[in-house]
Design a protein around this ligand. Structure first.
Ligand SMILES: Nc1ncnc2c1ncn2[C@@H]1O[C@H](COP(=O)(O)OP(=O)(O)OP(=O)(O)O)[C@@H](O)[C@H]1O
Ligand SMILES: [Mg+2]
Length: 313
């Protein structure tokens, strides 16, 4: 792999499960050292994408390169360079936290210290507890610990903090920031948009297997969607105005009304922008579906795309 090659490169990636198309042709790169968030509703295709890149699932079409290799053909040396936290792992059993981590550390050429990793995920008190006796959130912390123990160059995190309490989530953010400082490349999926905004350099939004937006976190969405909103009460009526320079609007209001009641400036969060993007995409899909002419025998035809397949077959 060349020094300037991206850590991950995906080109027109498709995945079908039988007749169902889970990915329609997704294209993106992740630069080395970058933290990249893959966002999208349940069933959008995030785990499918990430598991293809981990070498856990085969793709149906398109190209994928991960640390210079095709993930479908990644050997042991390649696997030792990546860390994986699957969406559901089910790590349990009679071994203790420390034993499990020590065993995994033995698989890697240059692992982290087991005790440091235990501390980084906040499990010092449970180091000698058997996995089967851990709570759900504690078990999830073990998953994260196992993902980082091998000092990976590239870390895949599929909803890593689901089940974490708020303090554990903040702890995890610190861990990710320290991995970033060391130069680790990270691909993260999460439904916590504040987490994505805190941790990632860039994000992609995927809906129904299609990439609908990609870019640095603070450039996602339309200019309008990112524009702050000034809200206030005037004669008891709630008013609002979008303004790229909210200070000017506030100054005008103060000149006209004195200090208006209920005055606030709301800057759209990543969650607001994400919901706007996904909502617009879903509305567009629904409108296209309702405008697709139905063939005479359409009553048993489930979707526009399968109609096309039948016509062209
Ligand atoms: N093994 C499988 N066989 C058939 N369909 C599958 C399989 N795995 C996933 N799918 C389907 O593919 C689509 C994408 O699933 P995927 O798990 O990638 O979604 P996701 O974006 O990770 O969702 P979530 O946020 O719920 O984790 C879903 O509609 C799912 O039902
Ligand atoms: Mg998933």
């Amino acid at each position: 792999m060349n020094a300037i090659d991206p850590a991950v490169s995906v080109d027109k990636l498709t995945k079908s499960y039988g007749s169902f198309t889970a990915l329609t042709g997704v294209t993106f790169d992740i630069e080395r050292g970058e933290t990249f968030a893959l966002l999208g509703p349940n069933g959008a295709g995030k785990s499918t994408t990430i598991e293809i890149l981990e070498g856990y699932r085969d793709r149906s079409g398109g190209e994928a390169r991960v640390l210079g290799s095709d993930p479908q053909r990644g050997g042991l040396a390649w696997k030792a360079r990546i860390g994986i936290v699957l969406q559901s792992s089910g790590e349990s059993g009679n071994v203790t936290v420390r034993e499990q981590l020590t065993q995994f550390a033995g698989y890697y050429p240059n692992p982290r210290s087991v005790d440091e990793v235990i501390a980084a995920v906040g499990l010092e008190d449970k180091a000698n507890t058997r996995l089967k006796s851990l709570s759900g959130g504690q078990r999830r912390r073990v998953d994260v610990a196992l993902g980082v123990i091998g000092r990976p160059e590239l870390l895949f995190l599929d909803e890593p903090t689901t089940g974490f309490d708020p303090e554990a989530r903040r702890h995890f953010w610190e861990l990710i920031r320290s991995l970033k400082r060391e130069g680790t490349t990270i691909l993260l999926t999460t439904h916590y948009l504040d987490e994505a905004a805190q941790l990632s350099d860039r994000a992609a939004v995927i809906a129904a297997g299609t990439l609908v937006a990609i870019g640095p976190i603070d450039t996602l969405g339309s200019d309008e969607a990112r524009t702050p909103i000034v809200r206030w009460l005037e004669n008891g009526i709630a008013r609002e105005q979008r303004a790229s320079d909210p200070g000017r609007v506030v100054a005008e209001l103060v000149g006209r009304l004195g200090e208006p009641a209920g005055l606030e400036i709301v800057r759209p969060s990543l969650e607001d922008i994400y919901l706007g993007l996904v909502g617009a995409y879903e509305a567009d899909l629904a409108s296209r579906a309702s405008h697709t002419p139905r063939p005479p025998s359409a009553s048993s035809t489930p979707s526009a795309s399968s109609t096309k397949d039948q016509v062209s077959a």
